[in-house]
Design a protein around this ligand. Structure first.
Ligand SMILES: Nc1ncnc2c1ncn2[C@@H]1O[C@H](COP(=O)(O)OP(=O)(O)O)[C@@H](O)[C@H]1O
Ligand SMILES: [Mg+2]
Length: 333
């Protein structure tokens, strides 16, 4: 059984003027211990998806339809108390800004101890020992000293390590990390990602890594989902997505990576920008930016088709596959 199954998920924003679709027909699965990435430019719907999984999507957003199953439990049908059990204990979230989780007026140590003692009945001293051990585990130097410090006394990278330590305390099945390193220096970014990878691997924790940077996720995630304008447009093993991207949007994302640009050359950004929810184009939402768009792309939404080990929603790919199939038939006649 899949650990997590998201099926035909639709999330809307209910505004005064109109009903806006933020996620359209999103489906994917996550196995125990598996690491997947969700990538796409800013505004693609990645955070909305991350929040929706734990039913934390705030007003005016709401889950319109679809299913989110954590093994046998349907998260969309849970009441607040049941959801609170799931959040943290079974699914933990890590955000770009650690201060969304840390309390600025309480020491790091006190926050960790409280987390431990809210789940297990042990003495303060024992909880303190566990907290210090976890700080050690996430490679925080002189953890005894850090224990008594306030969040603002730590660097951004160190704060993110504290969050990972706190997440570890709860022993979750899944970590959803939403741009966890975007706010950090490049060298610190790599360290935190390596830490997250090691923690997940060593403890059998599944990871949903959300990032706008295909380069970042390629080092961590086994499978990658590419999002555009609230839909998944391509899904496959990360190596395949990087080496043989099928959707023109995925190709554009890959081309735009700094690694793909020669020194002194300008970045190959995809022309145009992600549409807002109000102005989502008809047909395939990427068509106004797509170098290969045909008439059909402007009118109809392509459905998902298998292309090798990937799945992709694109008429270009679909037509190509059909053409190959026809050629094969001609040859065998
Ligand atoms: N509270 C909200 N009310 C209305 N629209 C929202 C709200 N939160 C996000 N959106 C819209 O939903 C879309 C997806 O946002 P988001 O998931 O934050 O994108 P990403 O994380 O991929 O950058 C964007 O167009 C954004 O403007
Ligand atoms: Mg986001």
């Amino acid at each position: 059984m899949n650990l997590l199954s998201v099926t035909n998920l639709h999330v809307n924003f209910h505004t005064k003027a109109q009903e806006l679709a933020a996620l359209i027909d999103v489906s994917f699965t996550l196995n125990r211990g598996e690491r997947i990435a969700i990538v796409g430019e800013s505004g693609a719907g990645k955070s909305v998806l991350g929040f929706s999984i734990v039913n934390l999507i705030g007003k005016p957003g709401y889950i319109h339809s679809g299913s989110i199953r954590l093994e046998n439990d349907e998260l969309t049908k849970m009441n607040l108390r049941q959801l609170q059990e799931v959040r943290g204990k079974r699914i933990a979230m890590i955000f770009q800004d650690p201060m969304m989780t840390l309390n600025p007026v309480i020491t790091i140590g006190a926050q960790l101890v409280e987390t431990i003692r809210s789940h297990t009945k042990i003495s303060y001293k024992d909880a303190r020992n566990i907290a210090i051990e976890k700080l050690n585990h996430v490679q925080i130097a002189s953890p005894e000293r850090r224990f008594d410090q306030y969040p603002h006394e730590l660097s951004g990278g160190m704060r993110q390590r504290v969050i990972i330590a706190a997440v570890l305390l709860l022993n979750p099945d899944i970590i959803i990390a939403d741009e966890p390193t975007t706010a950090l220096d490049v060298t610190i970014q790599a360290e935190i990602l390596q830490l997250l990878l090691a923690i997940c691997r060593d403890n059998g924790v599944a990871l949903v890594l959300i990032s706008h940077d295909l380069g970042v996720v390629s080092k961590v995630a086994e499978r990658t989902l590419v999002m555009y304008a609230g839909r998944i447009v391509e899904e496959g093993p990360t190596l395949e997505i990087i080496n043989d991207p099928q959707h023109p949007y995925t190709q554009g994302l890959l081309n735009a990576l700094p690694q793909m640009t020669l020194p002194g050359q300008r970045l190959n950004q995809i022309q145009g920008s992600m549409p807002s929810l109000i102005e989502r184009p008809s047909g395939c939402a990427f068509h106004p930016r797509c170098p290969y768009a045909k008439e059909k792309c402007k009118k109809e939404q392509p459905s998902f088709i298998h292309s090798g080990v990937s799945s992709v929603a694109c008429f270009l790919v679909e037509d190509m596959i059909n053409e190959f199939a026809n050629q094969d038939q001609e040859v065998s006649k």
